[in-house]
Design a protein around this ligand. Structure first.
Ligand code: NCD
Length: 359
């Protein structure tokens, strides 16, 4: 697939998210780069979830696994993670292995030429000389987007996936969260009309920011943002929701939110972002989900967390069938398999294999 031609940086950065999304599509209409949550639309999400489910069904047999491994065996991916990661890194790594895509990694910039003073931009440009896909996590907001733009000005433009950027976006986490919600509510009319409560550090939690935007694609969704005022969700997200007609509420009443929500999405305090002298650790302790909340949580509701957790959810809660966070971990691998397949335009073969399998 050919890379899209992007306008000069100053022009590009001034575009609205929907204008950017249109520009980021490849020649065949699919997203060439995956950089922020507003790039996704409903047909794309529905197709991706279906593809993930079919792929994991195919992977149940050895023949199926070998078929999947043949799909991208001629490609290589670079995982450039300049920020700590367990699940996102490993699920992308495993997703590459499932598809036969050869993964390489730089996780510690102290071991790369960045230590010699090379700019991250030059590092990524180097990766694009060797690899067919760059999956990257970076502490700087908007960095993946700038890199995607930069590569588009070179003769080695390769797709870029944002695996978490600064405090702003984590679009592939939103994909796995949507996949988890969709599977959980499959027999209850889907995500439409559900109430989702986000709890914790909403100001700096990029998973919440990305997922809240994606939820606006599901009619009837209502959002509760449960946080101390200092850690409440950014105005920019609220403006997006208002523009999309999504009703929301900012509250500190955790118990009431747990009692009404269809999905409670817990997050940790992101204190690595504390300004000098700022101390947010412990700020949201009163919003921890303990055993006592299991009796308040609706019987048909689910409890989510992007992980890592600290004390926001008591470990005793893990055994409850409504606890979905370990399923999220597994779903993350499969939705990333589906995403990579889609970016490399290999879904048709998977659908064909699946149809032959179930016939
Ligand atoms: C999150 C992240 O990195 O933004 N983790 C993840 O990718 N699952 C959440 C967090 O760090 O709290």
């Amino acid at each position: 697939m050919d890379a899209p031609t992007l306008p000069p940086w100053e022009v590009y950065r001034a575009l609205s998210p929907s204008e950017k999304a249109a520009r980021l599509r490849g020649t065949d209409g699919r997203p060439y780069h995956v950089l922020f949550a507003q790039q996704f639309d409903r047909p794309f999400l529905d197709r991706l979830c279906e593809l993930a489910t079919r792929t994991r069904r195919i992977a149940k047999t050895k023949g199926g696994r070998l078929f999947l491994q043949s799909l991208l065996a001629d490609r290589r991916a670079m995982l450039y993670f300049a920020q700590p990661s367990t699940r996102t890194f490993l699920s992308f790594y495993a997703a590459c292995q499932i598809l036969g895509l050869h993964p390489a990694e730089v996780r510690d910039t102290q071991t790369s030429s960045e230590l010699k003073g090379e700019s991250p931009e030059d590092s990524v440009r180097t990766f694009s000389s060797y690899f067919d896909l760059i999956i990257m996590r970076h502490p700087e907001g908007g960095f993946a987007e700038r890199i995607a733009w930069l590569l588009s000005t070179t003769e080695r433009a390769v797709p870029v996936i944002n695996a978490g950027s600064g405090k702003d976006e984590h679009p592939t986490q939103a994909l796995l969260d949507v996949y988890t919600l969709q599977r959980s509510f499959e027999t209850r009319g889907g995500i439409e009309g559900k109430t989702v409560a986000f709890v914790g550090d909403l100001r700096r939690g990029r998973t919440v920011r990305s997922l809240a935007q994606v939820l606006s694609l599901y009619p009837g969704v209502r959002i509760l943002f449960v946080a101390p005022p200092r850690l409440q969700i950014g105005q920019d997200i609220l403006e997006c929701l208002t523009a999309a007609g999504v009703p929301y509420e900012l509250t500190e009443d955790f118990d009431a939110a747990v009692a009404t929500a269809d999905a409670v999405y817990m997050t940790r305090i992101q204190d690595e972002w504390d300004a000098p002298g700022e101390r947010t650790a412990g700020e949201a302790d009163r919003f921890a989900f303990g055993v006592r909340h299991l009796s308040i949580l609706r019987p048909d509701a689910i409890l989510m967390h992007p992980l890592p957790r600290r004390q926001e959810i008591a470990v005793e809660v893990d055994r409850d069938p409504r606890a979905m966070y370990w399923r999220q971990v597994r779903n993350g691998m499969w939705i990333r398999v589906a995403l990579i397949l889609t970016m490399f335009a290999r879904e048709a073969e998977v659908h064909q294999y699946y149809d032959d399998l179930v016939r």
